[in-house]
Ligand binder design. Structure first.
Ligand code: 1HN
Length: 347
């Protein structure tokens, strides 16, 4: 677009003179703030699960879940150091709860998703209901709901946390408080919300005041089975293989208002057509293995590895065996604001 006009001694003096008066000449910065295409410090990156897990076990020797409140290692984008961001708009971390430990109840205006990476038994309680967290489950903690977690097994439990922290930060809308006790009172039996909202039915007359799915655990067993059954019909999307969106059953929209979540299957030997979109996306390997070619870089991934495709970077996926990927992005926000764009294929 507009290239900054050349600097002259007179112009530089003018810029310096207006700076203390809290003014800036638009023409000196316009090209930097209105770019012809997305320009981001967010970089393609991958974290190996084995390395993250080993560091978390090390951290467990340093601090309890209770003292830490949440024993989490943030996956910080190497292009966004010091910001606690995995992409410009989203946060990602991996959390460890050791056998018998609890992560105490609190609430905040940031929304969270959990994607369970390793579990022999553990729970999260959200807004008065507990749910067992099993491998591959996608669990939602809506904004301002009390939540606490616990490990009821004799092995470590680990999951990925995806939060909209940078979005809430952008709007200066953060509120948070502790419950004052480790665990919140349980007011509904386990499985209650799945029975009410997860059986392709809903209580007659049900209306939801908040724009988030009333299902808070989307079990992997169910989602994976759907993909397996669809495989037989083989209506592969050239860019995505079989990619399914987790939905809010109330309105068919995204399960969360700020974070879009998907589960996809790429069959053995599949190579996707090049794809780019404005929503920087965090991918989590669930099953199988493959590689993502992101621009000029290639990232080999296996189960539980995490990688990031930044906004408007071309990605090509290849699967070595039947491969399942979970992913999340800020697409719901961009769609609501009319900003989302994608380009299928390379032209
Ligand atoms: C949080 O509440 C959790 O509840 C995890 O497990 C990560 C990162 C920042 C702020 C709150 C959790 C978080 C978090």
């Amino acid at each position: 677009m507009i290239e900054a006009p050349a600097n002259t001694a007179e112009r530089d003096a003018f810029y310096a003179a207006i700076e203390p008066e809290s003014m800036r000449a638009l023409w000196s910065v316009m090209g930097a703030i209105i770019t012809p295409e997305p320009k981001s410090n967010c970089r393609p990156a991958l974290w190996r699960y084995d390395s993250v897990r080993a560091r978390l076990i090390e951290a467990a020797g340093l601090i309890t879940a209770k003292e830490a409140e949440r024993r989490v290692l943030i996956l910080e984008n190497p292009g966004l150091k010091g910001t606690s961001k995995v992409t410009t708009s989203l946060y990602c971390g991996v959390q460890l709860v050791m056998p018998g430990e609890v992560a105490p109840a609190h609430r905040h205006t940031q929304s969270a998703l959990r994607f369970v990476l390793e579990s022999a038994g553990g729970f999260t309680a959200v807004g008065g209901e507990k749910t067992e967290m099993k491998f591959g489950d996608f669990v939602i903690t809506p904004n301002w709901e009390w939540h606490d977690h616990g490990n009821t097994s004799d092995a470590p439990i680990l999951w990925l946390d995806g939060l909209d922290i940078p979005i809430v930060q952008f709007f200066d809308a953060s509120f948070a408080e502790g419950y004052g006790d480790d665990q919140q009172p349980i007011t509904r039996p386990e499985g209650d919300s799945f029975a009410r909202y997860g059986a392709n039915m809903m209580p007659l007359g049900y209306e939801r005041a908040v724009p988030v799915s009333p299902i808070f655990n989307y079990p992997y067993e169910r989602s994976r089975e759907a993909l397996e059954r669809m495989k037989a019909a083989a209506e592969w999307d050239p860019c995505h293989g079989l990619k399914m969106r987790y939905v809010n059953p109330v309105d068919g929209g995204w399960a969360m208002p700020t974070i879009g979540t998907c589960l996809q299957l790429l069959p053995k030997g599949f190579t996707t057509a090049p794809y780019r979109a404005t929503d920087a996306t965090v991918f989590v390997g669930v099953e199988g293995s493959g590689r993502a070619r992101i621009g000029a870089e290639t990232f080999e991934w296996g189960p539980r590895d995490v990688f990031v495709v930044p906004s408007w970077h071309e990605v090509v996926h290849e699967a070595d065996e039947d491969a399942v990927l979970f992913s999340y992005s800020d697409r719901p926000v961009q769609e609501k604001l009319g900003l989302f764009r994608e380009r299928r294929g390379n032209h």
